[in-house]
Design a binder for this molecule. Structure first.
Ligand code: AKG
Ligand code: FE2
Length: 338
């Protein structure tokens, strides 16, 4: 069965590429004939569409626009598996005694000084919305709506997230990007927004090759529920701001922005609504944001960042550093299962 599928899919894929090369619409091709089940056909179709889309246009698009939309990167059932794991984590978040708040806003100094944040590089840590706790420190609302995100080592420690992070599809994208020694440095499960306009290089700076974010919509992301907004082409204007590690006289570390937050006109942004399963590749220097969720539909996403390690300098001043329990593992060589 597997062999049948493999040869049929390979044949289909070759024909698909030939048709595209001749400028025809890929949808004109029929999927391989039985005995392949509908589910496998759907998987093959998704993978082929994604590979064709990416192989032929992805790299140039990332250079030109600062982002690439890869539809059908994950199948609906795969998204559901990840959402179930994300919801399961909201239950564990109730056990945490630490009430960390995540915010990208300037005045939230707590996060910057917060040890919990700094030490989350090798953990599955929970970050709540700024208004999640009352004056008594008790959670005001259910954890499934108060959690902002979980991070930053899901790709190492959580068996399901690890499996998807070091998958063949991710390897293929990294190869197509021409990355020689790509390593995953962090991962996050994002429940909620808004996220203010920023460049990922503010937090994860590397040069000359910037990090690439893999942002995967696990549920439909619409203008109403807070899809990403991208400032196309903004990656060509350098790094606008850095968050840097600072050490005081007692070698205690804290984080500080080197410049005030830039003001980006709303007119520079385009909404990028995507369906469940779509992966948006985010250039480390492209300015992006997400708005409030004004709907009753949740918008969960899984995101992780890949950094080139070959002939490329990952800044020692980034908040996130490689640690004994948080190695920056190579995408091509790391097994999906521990
Ligand atoms: O999901 C969001 O709203 C923002 C995510 C983001 O900025 C990122 O993954 O780099
Ligand atoms: Fe980002």
């Amino acid at each position: 069965m597997r062999d049948n599928f493999a040869s049929a899919a390979t044949g289909w894929w070759r024909a698909f590429r030939r048709k595209i090369a001749r400028g025809m619409k890929p949808t004109r091709l029929s999927p391989p004939a039985s005995p392949i089940t509908q589910d496998i056909v759907c998987a093959a179709r998704s993978l082929c569409a994604f590979l064709a889309h990416y192989t032929l246009r992805g790299n140039q698009q990332l250079d030109r626009d600062g982002y690439v939309v890869l539809e059908d990167f994950l199948r609906p059932a795969e998204c559901d598996e990840l959402v179930a794991a994300g919801i399961e984590m909201t239950k564990q978040s109730q056990d945490t005694s630490h009430k960390a708040i995540f915010s990208t806003t300037e005045n939230n100094k707590q996060q910057l000084k917060d040890d919990y944040f700094m030490k989350s590089n090798d953990k599955i840590s929970f970050f709540h919305e700024a208004d999640a706790f009352g004056p008594d420190g008790e959670l005001q609302v259910d954890p499934d709506v108060s959690l902002n995100k979980v991070g930053h080592a899901l790709h190492l420690l959580h068996p399901i997230f690890r499996c998807y992070t070091y998958s063949d599809r991710v390897k293929t994208v990294c190869k197509e990007l021409g990355l020689q020694d790509p390593a995953v440095v962090q991962s996050m499960y994002i429940y909620k927004n808004p996220v203010v306009a920023h460049q990922d290089a503010t937090y994860l700076h590397s040069e000359p090759i910037p990090a690439v974010g893999f942002w995967i919509a696990l549920q439909d992301a619409t203008v109403q529920n807070g899809c990403l907004w991208m400032a196309s082409g903004s990656h060509k204007s350098g790094v606008h701001r850095r968050l840097l590690r600072k050490y005081d006289n007692e070698s205690k570390v804290s984080l500080e922005y080197d410049r005030p937050a830039p003001v980006y006109p709303q007119s520079s942004f385009t909404p990028v609504p995507v369906s469940k399963g779509t992966c948006i590749l985010i250039h480390g220097l492209v300015v992006h944001k997400s708005a409030h969720n004004k709907s009753d539909k949740s918008r969960h996403a899984y995101t992780f960042h890949v950094v080139e390690r070959h002939n490329n300098k990952y800044s020692e001043e980034n908040w996130l550093q490689e640690g004994e329990n948080a190695p920056f593992l190579n995408v091509y060589r790391t097994p999906q299962i521990v």
